[in-house]
Design a protein around this ligand. Structure first.
Ligand SMILES: *Cc1c(COP(=O)(O)O)cnc(C)c1O
Length: 369
């Protein structure tokens, strides 16, 4: 049996250091808002190349706080529009709608599966305030054209970096440092994963960083003084300590993912299967390895019969979800590329701990399908 991702094996790669870090926090008697958060925030900000990092409870909250902070700072107001890729994980859209903002869904490119930057300008209106890009599957979604549109129309550039820790842009900056703000998730299965939930916002903007920190701590600007109606959305000390250990190995872990991806790209030759366009490996940290197949469900069943677990990212796109069935921005939306990806996508096992012989076995099985 080859699992999609064995978190036990992923944690096992660095078990001794992780256990020592957890023990240190347990024995310290200090479990929230302490030195472990400070150290991780400072190390992660340096790694990403941003001035500020603010830890929070999870990736969804990180994105929610970015939009909420812009509303509190008077940069955005409910009813304003945010341009976003249609084929993202629903959390990106939830962060927009949670704040009363309106998502404007843009189709991805069929070959890279990232937002199609040629479709963005036509979607900009006087109410557009931001472009939220998602480095989906671990591939850099930023293009110079997107940066130029943000400057031309005075839009904020927000990055959903939940799937792309450690990824670079074409000009050698880390994703998460190129926009006005970025949301990061440390969900256990992400490239930088905690042993539970975790998230962070990175930004170079001191006002935004302060607003996010305040919002994620009940809206408290000083002890027992409340500036905003916030929530309790903090990163705990144990998770921060674990993340600081795993951050040291992130580039190494991503290098392993790139080797696995290279094996898939070079090994898979079944004409029924389309691989996303291969591009500069610096611009992809292969959070997932998506393939497209018109007989996707049969392929998934065949792999399962042969002991290989796969997942679909994502079977139902946000605009087809019940929760948005009557949303005004969703009435009559036609998104054929997004819907085709949802019907054909299959994610193959990939991760920092998968063995090359298992990858070879998956390739042989796929080529015999
Ligand atoms: C995982 C993920 C999130 C949400 O992160 P959580 O920590 O699970 O809340 C947001 N956006 C994308 C693209 C994700 O993959």
């Amino acid at each position: 049996m080859i699992p999609f991702l064995s978190l036990k094996e992923v944690t096992g790669l660095h078990a001794a250091e992780i256990e020592a870090a957890v023990r240190r926090v347990v024995e310290s008697g200090w479990y929230l808002q302490g030195s472990e958060n400070e150290r991780f925030e400072s190390d992660y900000a340096r790694y990403i190349g941003s001035r500020y990092c603010v830890g929070c409870a999870n990736g969804l909250d990180a994105l929610i706080w970015i939009f909420r902070a812009y509303i509190e700072l008077g940069v955005m107001a409910p009813g304003d529009e945010v341009i976003v890729p249609a084929n993202t994980y629903i959390a990106t859209i939830l962060a927009i709608t949670e704040n009363g903002l309106v998502p404007v869904l843009i189709e991805p490119k069929a070959d890279t599966l990232e937002i199609d930057d040629t479709l963005i300008e036509a979607a900009i209106t006087p109410r557009t305030r931001a472009i939220c890009i998602v480095h989906l599957y671990g591939r850099c979604a930023y293009t110079d054209k997107i940066g130029a549109l943000c400057r031309k129309y005075g839009l904020k550039l927000i990055e959903d970096n939940a799937q792309a820790h450690g990824c670079f842009t074409a000009d050698g900056r880390r994703t998460g440092s190129i926009g006005d703000a970025a949301g990061h998730s440390f969900y256990p299965g992400k490239n930088l994963g905690a042993l539970g939930d975790g998230g962070a916002v990175t930004t170079n903007d001191p006002e935004l960083a302060a607003a996010v920190r305040t919002l994620a701590n009940y809206g408290s600007s000083a002890k027992y003084v409340f500036k905003y109606t916030g929530r309790n959305s903090r990163l705990d000390e144990i998770q921060a300590a674990v993340l600081d250990v795993k951050l040291k190995f992130l580039d190494e872990d991503n290098a392993h993912r790139k080797q696995v991806a290279a094996m898939y790209y070079e090994g898979i030759n079944n004409p029924l299967i389309t691989l996303p366009k291969r591009w500069d490996d610096a611009q992809n940290v292969y959070h997932l390895f998506p393939i497209l197949c018109s007989k996707r469900n049969e392929l998934q069943a065949y792999l399962k019969e042969n002991g290989v677990e796969t997942l679909i990212h994502y079977p139902i796109p946000p605009h087809k979800q019940e929760c948005y069935a009557s949303a005004p921005w969703n009435i009559g939306l036609q998104l054929p590329v997004t819907e085709q990806i949802a019907a054909q996508e299959l994610s193959l096992p990939i991760g920092p701990a998968i063995k090359p012989e298992d990858v070879s076995c998956i390739i042989d099985l796929i080529n015999r399908f």
